[in-house]
Design a protein around this ligand. Sequence first.
Ligand code: APR
Length: 265
Amino acid sequence: MTFVFGPMESWELEVLDQAAECLVRARYVIALTGAGLSVESGIPPFRGPGGLWTKHGEPPMDGYERFLRDPKKAWEDRLNPAGPMRELWEALNSARPNPGHEALVALEELGILKCTITQNVDNLHRTAGSTRLLEIHGNATLIRCINCVARYEREEIDFAELPPRCPRCRGILKSDTVSFGEPIPSDVLAGCSDEAERADCMIVAGTSATVYPAAQFPISIHERGGDLLEVNPYESEITAFCRLALRGPAGELLPELLERVRSRL
Ligand code: APR
């Protein structure tokens, strides 16, 4: 999906300046990112124009129950994906971080961005170099034990036996990605809640803000008087709570925002 945005109007430049001022003046800035941040890396979003669920329909909401009922079949499907999941995994396998990911890394290195909470499972924030990162929906390159919550790289796991077993506790292993109906692993959820409680400003980039608990964090920050800065070509469920909205692709607007922050330091 390509966005055709002409040269920025003066009011758009003004909003970018105001957003940069917000970030520099804030005490504790965090970011919440979603599928839209990876669209310019070639990964389709889920909802809205070109969304996987828009095209193929929402997946069943009982993914985790299905996994627990028959983990062997779930793994066979995971290792031989079909339909929309095949499209998603193929896009993930060839994707590279884009300037939007890189701008967030630079804001972290400047000490402005304290943490990034991502709903994306595509590993692109890590690949770009984000270190203060919480992957609330998991990471598609990792395997997690549903018993002891230990996480492993794929290479560490023997898939000869399905479902694969945890080398530490022999518990059943699952992709680290959080399935619909699965509780968010408590270690990650606690980390996200802590960061959201500390924050007085949040960059909300590339998310429709429709999936909870992730969508609750910006609302809580807003309710405590914090600032929300939205980066999204379209309005989302969070727009009404945002102090400023940067309307356009994150891969173009986040680097612009970064430059204006830099010029104020
Ligand atoms: N830059 C910024 N935002 C963009 C871009 C772009 N280049 N392209 C699209 N968007 C916006 C869309 O306007 C939309 O608001 O990104 C958002 C993507 O929304 P969703 O597809 O709903 O993705 P997300 O919010 O991450 O979904 C949350 O839902 O399906 C589950 O587990 C999945 O983590 C996912 C969760």
